[in-house]
Design a protein around this ligand. Structure first.
Ligand SMILES: Cc1ncc(COP(=O)(O)O)c(C=O)c1O
Length: 339
């Protein structure tokens, strides 16, 4: 198995742009751990990656933008939900690097109020100089982005398309790198990691971590709390992405797709739909630790962690890291969920 240094050297073969404040802090959550009956609980603060308000996508964008610049791109195109954190972080990366940015966003729900249609991430997208385009309901996002890229290229631009969530091999490598960073920090602080819990959306962060730990030969369990799709869809998606990343890292052997750990028990009625457990988890993290979560991703991930501990799915003898993937602007967009 390659060492952390060997893995970083392998990752160093890819062009990369420095965008994130790293390493992000690894902090104890003593009070929350006690509230959960004595769990050894830590948080990896990837909400503090810095650029454009921070979040997990900045790590992915370091690799994606590395390729974009190497290809001479001057324009970014990406897609997401109306309140996409990924879109906002991509807009920030474009601003930082002097690129134009076009965001193709699925419209907010018809009943959404102004906080959602104009506030939160959308306010920041505009402030960051991105051009916002509405994806029509029947439009396939990748096809729409390709059409836009062709149109912009015909006007002389050099566009670079980033897939939804920044999830693709290059983006996922950002989270293999995070696995190295987290293990190095844990060792330095004398922590033996048993498990990481995170929100699993487009799946790239989850897959990158799984691949990174696998490549390092570390038996850290990565529990993905599905926030977009059923476990039946999410597990093979993450397994495929992780296998690809593991192969790229020279660690394809012995990768077990069936070991990918996903639960959809905290998804509720679907992506962005609130649940009572999510609201309870938001209040618990805020009230015990001053730790702010969002309703779409990290709130549901924390709901999963809390409930799994209460029901014994996560043992109180484990050392658990909650990966905080950011998303705070979304809290303000969905303020009406909290009467
Ligand atoms: C705050 C936040 N957490 C988690 C995720 C999920 O990450 P991934 O799409 O890599 O699964 C996202 C994706 O948009 C996000 O914005």
């Amino acid at each position: 198995m390659p060492s952390a240094q060997a893995l970083m050297e392998r990752l160093g073969r890819y062009p990369k742009v420095s965008l994130a404040v790293k390493p992000t802090p690894l902090e104890p959550l003593f009070r929350l751990g006690r509230a959960l009956g004595g769990l050894r609980l830590w948080v990896k603060r990837d909400d503090l990656t810095g650029l454009g308000g921070g979040g997990n996508k900045v790590r992915k964008l370091e690799y994606l933008l590395g390729e974009a610049l190497a290809r001479g791109a001057d324009t970014l195109i990406t897609t997401g939900a109306w309140q996409s954190n990924h879109a906002r972080q991509s807009a920030a990366a474009a601003a930082r690097l002097g690129l134009a940015c076009h965001l193709l966003l699925s419209p907010a729900r018809p009943q959404a109020g102004p906080a959602c249609t104009r506030g939160g991430n959308l306010l920041l997208d505009r402030l960051l100089g991105a051009r916002i385009h509405r994806l029509e309901q029947d439009e396939e996002p990748m096809a729409a982005m390709e059409r836009m890229a062709a149109e912009l290229a015909s006007q002389g631009a050099r566009p670079y398309i980033i897939p939804r969530g920044g999830t693709c091999l290059l983006g996922d490598l950002g989270y293999a790198e995070c696995a190295v960073e987290l293990l190095t920090q844990a060792r330095a602080q004398g922590i033996h990691l048993d498990r990481v819990v995170l929100a699993s959306g487009s799946g790239g962060s989850h897959a990158g971590l799984v691949a990174g730990f696998h490549a390092l030969g570390e038996a850290v369990r990565v529990t993905g709390i599905a926030v977009r799709a059923s476990a039946q869809e999410q597990r093979p998606l993450v397994a495929r992405l992780a296998a690809h990343a593991a192969e790229t890292l020279g660690a394809a052997a012995a990768f077990k797709a069936e070991a990918v750990d996903v639960t959809d028990a905290y998804l509720g009625a679907g992506y962005g739909e609130p649940t009572e457990l999510m609201k309870e988890a938001l209040a618990l993290a805020a009230g015990t630790e001053g730790l702010l979560l969002d309703p779409v991703y990290t709130g549901k991930a924390m709901a999963g962690l809390v409930d799994l501990v209460r029901k014994g799915g996560i043992g109180r003898d484990e050392t658990v890291v909650f990966l905080h993937t950011g998303g705070l602007p979304g809290l303000f967009a969905y303020a009406d969920m909290f009467p």
